[in-house]
Write a protein that binds this ligand. Structure first.
Ligand code: MN
Ligand code: MN
Length: 458
């Protein structure tokens, strides 16, 4: 049973819509390279569509009614948006979930040092990266420095044409004989992912003059001291914008498409949903790449509490109402799938993997070694999803993440499934997943948004 390639079916209008969506998407992922930047842009886009801050509604003791649009964020790193439906919330929501954190390299709390007149920032990588892919590339620094006086300084270096870029050096091939014999996981060691940031000594300075020069620049440009790194969140990411990929411009190459490709298409689907019977939700979470931990990860009770607050503002709060609203919900837990790569066919099983151009991908289960760690979606729910996709003419496919016992991976699906709601993993296939520059098919991005809109409409 083979699935069709969506490109073969498009008319001119659909091709135009597809390219327009992908232009907006490329802008979003070029500007949003951290979870904080994603939340900020999400709020700006949502406000244009009439979404209001739930915390302000709570403070003003206002009530919420069918048709209202509200959002709530936590710590600037996770956000939930709601389009209130005409049916009671207790009857459940249609939820689109995705994560907005991506693999990257984080700056340590005491990072700045000098070694033989070169200044470096020490780092600890975040998420699953192949460390050798992150050397000898132009890198940018995005993040915040929170100061003791309560102010928060935003930092983005390396994105404008006129900005300097940063990076991690690699050994020249001429002297890499010993390095080349090491295992790929040891070619570049985690502790050696040090960011070279300066080489010019400050004049009339005896000790650590290069580091002193960097500190002076930080003081002049951002008014921060060395100690302020203690309370900073600075992320090192690939520098530069997302681009069209391929001579036929059929693909997008960009940083952080895992999982911003699902996050952005889910967000657009919600924002374009004018009204619905069931309440429509887009939930964008942080920390998926390191196990969904912490206040802003999916394991947090943030979403549950937000549902409770909404029920309260609707005048129908009870502990039972919250549980019912969650249990009666349906969710597409969207995260990227590994696309079949003909250069590496041995890790995939051709009959059950995702292909570029065949549309939104559903994983009934994920997990590894006998489906361990998986959310295994209910067959009845899978039937519901198939029916919705077919009724709305959405191209979709089903997949597993690689061959049995080849590896595997997890998502946020199993966490929301704890409420007893129907959840299935879905998403967009990616080539070179977790590499600095990942590749997606524009057709799959287009079909994802169509699929999410169809899901919200039912
Ligand atoms: Mn992911
Ligand atoms: Mn990932």
């Amino acid at each position: 049973m083979d699935r069709k390639n969506a490109w073969k079916e498009y008319n001119e209008k659909e091709i135009a819509d597809l390219h327009e969506l992908n232009e907006r998407y490329k802008t979003f992922i070029s500007e949003c390279k951290t979870e904080r930047e994603c939340v900020k842009s999400t709020i700006a886009l949502a406000k244009q569509k009439g979404y209001r801050d739930l915390d302000e509604i709570i403070a003003a003791k206002e009530t919420i009614h069918a048709g209202d649009r509200v959002y709530r964020q936590l710590m600037g790193k996770t956000i939930a948006l709601f389009q209130i439906g005409t049916l009671p919330l207790e009857e459940g929501m249609n939820i689109l979930g995705a994560h907005i954190d991506s693999p990257r390299i984080d700056i340590k709390q005491n990072p700045l040092y000098e070694d033989v007149e070169l200044a470096y920032l020490d780092t600890h990588y975040y998420g699953g990266i192949k460390k050798y892919q992150w050397v000898a590339l132009p890198l940018a620094m995005h993040g915040v420095v929170a100061k003791k006086d309560g102010t928060v300084v935003d930092i983005v270096v390396g994105e404008k044409e006129t900005d300097p870029v940063l990076g991690i050096t690699d050994l020249l091939p001429h002297l890499a004989q010993t390095q080349s014999e090491r295992k790929a996981s040891k070619v570049i060691e985690g502790e050696d992912l040090n960011i070279l940031i300066g080489s010019r000594p400050l004049q009339k300075t005896e000790k650590n003059a290069v580091k002193e020069q960097i500190l002076q620049i930080l003081k002049e440009q951002y008014n921060i001291e060395e100690e302020d790194f203690l309370s900073a969140e600075l992320e090192i990411v690939p520098a530069g914008k997302a681009r069209d990929y391929g001579l036929d411009r059929s693909m997008v190459m960009g940083y952080g498409q895992d999982d911003r490709v699902c996050a952005y298409t889910s967000l657009e689907a919600l924002l374009d949903t004018e009204k619905s019977e069931r309440t429509s939700v887009c939930l964008l979470v942080d920390k998926e790449e390191i196990g969904s931990v912490g206040a802003t990860g999916m394991h947090s009770v943030f979403f549950e509490n937000t549902v409770a607050e909404i029920l309260d503002r609707m005048g129908v709060y009870s502990g039972l109402a919250v549980r019912r609203a969650l249990q009666h919900s349906r969710m597409l837990s969207s995260d990227v799938s590994a696309a079949f790569d003909p250069i590496y066919p041995s890790v995939m099983e051709k009959g059950n993997c995702a292909y570029f151009g065949r549309g939104l991908t559903f994983n009934k289960f994920t997990g590894s070694r006998g489906k361990s760690g998986s959310n295994d979606a209910n067959a009845e729910y899978m039937a519901h999803v198939r029916r919705v996709m077919d009724d709305h003419k959405v191209a979709f496919q089903t997949a597993e993440l690689g061959k049995v016992d080849q590896g595997g991976g997890g998502t946020i699906a199993y966490i929301s499934a704890n409420y007893g709601m129907e959840v299935i993993d879905s998403g967009v296939p990616v080539l070179s997943m977790h590499a600095p520059w990942e590749i997606c098919s524009k057709a799959d991005i287009y079909e994802a948004k169509k699929g999410y809109m169809a899901f919200l409409s039912e």
